[in-house]
Design a protein. Structure first.
Length: 719
């Protein structure tokens, strides 16, 4: 264990080689000497019992990923309890004594994790500067979980704690939490009876068991109520429950279902929409044990639920479950760690099925919860397909981008209710090409793609410059055609085809939560589909090639998930619900949609990935940076013997003014990516090796010369 001024890497400045022998002798002498009692620079009075505080500082760099010892002043003895927020001096010279005055160091935040009688460090200890709040916010269970997440993702404990513990609000801390309510009665099974072993799953939770299941939910509006019953069964056993959903709309549905089943006061809703103060107050109520159930989005995966009995993740394939900030954990993996750490129940649910979910079942770790095929056929809509060949021969499709089959289904559906139209792109005309030679239209200044956000505008999607006088560089033509038509343009075209029908749009800029059950056309981008009262009468899934044609390992899985999520909002086949998907009928995901068999599709994908050694069968890490930095890093890392390095290969350069994501390389720089793959069982060794190599690199300062190296364990997109 180190003090805040210790040389954590054992390094000495350049040019001190003659002194190395003396330093070694001094180190040996100190190691043999008895440990010194904690003391401060001026000999200030210390706590009489347990005068050493072990602190994790808010410094998320890998070579400082350890605890540091500080002395506890007597005046802070009563409030310096494990779990509280503290302020400490940290940095070069923080503990040095010169002429009786302390020098260097700066005040930073941290968490006190333990009080001890003595320190492993023999020199004088810096004293705690202050206890920010007497509220213990970091319990031993949360600390152990954060440590496990940091180790799995080759990250630092401080970075994970920034994700796990929300920012402090003094007003929220000053308010007392309500008294906890007694456990409710065990709920009735309700619609869980539609699933094989569904009622047995609820009974096991109510008895205090820890069942583990992968749940393939039937389409329709009942999934939120079924989640609420699983939470209620866990609360009836006297334990807590945690539900993580992809967005605020899903959280609101589960919140409403829980309130309707159990009443107010038994659960907390943790979403960003609540605001920092209210959200922190809810988090404190959970930490204090006043509330035993939590529903929330990604950040709620760390919620400190006491006596945890069940963790639930809904729609684990949604990209919102992947944290963009270091060390970029996925909510599914965090909840799997919690299920193992707390020995509690686990439920992974969704209308679709990911390859990771199929692997949990195939390995025997979790049990499948699925409905019989006759139940699926009754609940799912009728799915019909329109292939590219049919589309090319269809006069109506060439005129209005709406195939004749789709036009008929939309017309019939509007007789009894709203119709959903899913478009893979937002905007008006997001991508354009030359009408004559099909060359993509590019900006003359930055080579970015030209788009038409409005009907008459033409501008670059990266730098924003207008292109009123565009001319094709290949053939000289001045006429453009749409490569991809956006949601706004689609809504405009449908409005002309059905002039008497209201048209509503839902997308990133304006997402509708729900629409009435009256006839209307609802044009939506994937993931933004509103819920219709009574369900949609029909749905039209356009431009399937745009989802299936992405150069990514998960393209087929993601396309099927998007389609099933939209089709699940349509009335069942017994009620006349129909879905038309515009995609090649022979493709595997299209056939899986027609049969409504996402589990079978995931199982086949898993078998192919196992044969090829792709995730999740193998564990993989991505190392990105400048070519010389990545090459040196991979060469220096002590990788497991069974590790396989793929690449490095160049990454697409980021253009000035282009769309930016967390982890993108700096604009104008050439970066490469190397993928490191290990077989099952070696994932922990790979993460440890990469973390050690990165810590050593940062301690030596190599990143200053060659630039940063970024590590991501289990990257969601590997091409």
């Amino acid at each position: 264990m180190s003090s805040a001024n210790g040389d954590r890497e054992g390094r000495r400045p350049e040019g001190r080689a003659p002194e190395q022998l003396a330093l070694i002798r001094e180190s040996v002498r100190k190691a043999k000497a008895p440990r010194a009692k904690p003391r401060t620079w001026r000999g200030a009075a210390l706590a009489k019992e347990l005068p050493v505080a072990r602190v994790v500082v808010n410094k998320g760099v890998l070579h400082l990923d350890q605890f540091f010892d500080y002395a506890v002043p007597e005046e802070l003895d009563a409030v310096a309890r494990p779990g509280v927020r503290v302020r400490v001096r940290f940095g070069a010279g923080a503990h040095q004594v010169r002429e009786g005055r302390r020098e260097g160091g700066r005040l930073i935040d941290g968490f006190l994790v333990e009080r001890r009688a003595e320190s492993d460090y023999a020199g004088p200890l810096a004293a705690l500067a202050d206890v920010v709040s007497p509220e213990p916010v970091l319990g031993p269970e949360l600390l152990a979980l954060a440590r496990a997440v940091a180790d799995r993702y080759a990250g630092s404990l401080a970075d994970v704690l920034q994700l796990a513990v929300p920012p402090r609000s003094a007003r929220a801390e000053a308010r007392p939490s309500p008294e906890p309510l007694p456990p409710p009665a065990a709920p009735e099974p309700g619609t869980w009876g539609r699933y094989a072993h569904g009622e047995a799953f609820l009974e096991a939770l109510a008895r205090g068991g820890a069942p583990r299941a992968v749940w393939n939910a039937l389409p329709g509006p009942h999934w939120a109520d079924e989640l609420a019953r699983a939470v209620a069964a866990t609360l009836a056993s006297g334990r807590g429950a945690l539900v993580v959903v992809p967005d605020g709309r899903a959280a609101a549905r589960v919140d409403a279902a829980l309130s309707g089943l159990l009443g107010e006061g038994r659960h907390a809703l943790l979403t960003a929409e609540a605001g920092p103060e209210k959200r922190y107050g809810q988090w404190l109520a959970v930490r204090r044990g006043a509330v035993r159930a939590v529903v929330g989005t990604r950040a709620a995966m760390f919620a400190p639920v006491q006596d945890l009995g069940l963790v639930v993740i809904w729609d684990d394939g949604d990209g919102s479950h992947s944290e963009p900030h270091a060390p970029q954990p996925h909510a599914r993996d965090v909840l799997l760690l919690r299920a193992a750490q707390d020995k509690c129940g686990f439920l992974l649910g969704g209308t679709s099925c990911t390859v990771e979910a199929a692997q949990l079942v195939e390995s025997g770790w979790a049990r499948p919860l699925a409905a019989p095929r006759e139940q699926v056929r009754a609940a799912a809509p009728l799915v019909r397909t329109v292939g590219d060949g049919e589309l090319a021969r269809d006069e109506a499709a060439r005129a209005a981008r709406l195939p004749s089959l789709g036009w008929q289904v939309v017309r019939d559906g509007l007789k009894s209710g709203p119709v959903l139209v899913q478009v893979p792109r937002r905007g008006y005309v997001p991508r354009l090409a030359c009408e004559r030679c099909r060359t993509p239209a590019r900006c003359r200044h930055c080579a970015g793609p030209l788009e038409a956000p409005g009907q008459r505008e033409l501008r670059c999607g990266w730098c924003g410059r207008g292109e009123p006088d565009w001319r094709c560089a290949e053939c000289g033509s001045v006429r453009l055609r749409a490569q991809v038509v956006g949601a706004r343009r689609t809504a405009e075209e449908l409005g002309r085809v059905f002039p008497a029908v209201p048209v509503r749009t839902s997308g990133r800029d304006h997402i509708l939560d729900s629409v009435p059950g009256r006839p209307a056309l609802v044009v939506s981008t994937p993931g933004a589909e509103p819920v219709a009262d009574g369900g949609y009468a029909a749905a039209l899934l356009l431009d399937g090639w745009a989802l299936l044609g992405r150069p990514d390992l998960r393209a087929a899985e993601e396309a099927l998930r998007r389609w099933i999520d939209a089709a699940s909002l349509v009335r069942g086949q017994s009620e006349g619900g129909t879905v038309v998907v515009v995609a090649e009928p022979t493709l595997r995901p299209v056939q899986a949609l027609v049969r409504w068999d996402p589990v079978g599709h995931a199982q086949r994908e898993l078998a192919e990935r196992a044969e090829l050694g792709f995730p999740p069968v193998s564990r993989m890490a991505a190392v990105t940076g400048r070519p010389e930095a990545v090459e040196a890093f991979v060469a220096a890392a002590r990788l497991p013997a069974d590790a396989e390095v793929l690449g490095p290969v160049p990454l697409p350069p980021a253009m000035p003014g282009g769309p930016r994501r967390v982890g993108d390389p700096p604009a104008g720089e050439l970066w490469v990516r190397a993928l490191i793959r290990v077989p099952p069982g070696s994932g922990a060794a790979l993460a440890a090796a990469l973390k050690t190599a990165q810590a050593s690199r940062l301690a030596r300062g190599n990143g200053d010369a060659t630039g940063p190296v970024r590590i991501r364990i289990d990257p969601p997109d590997i091409g």
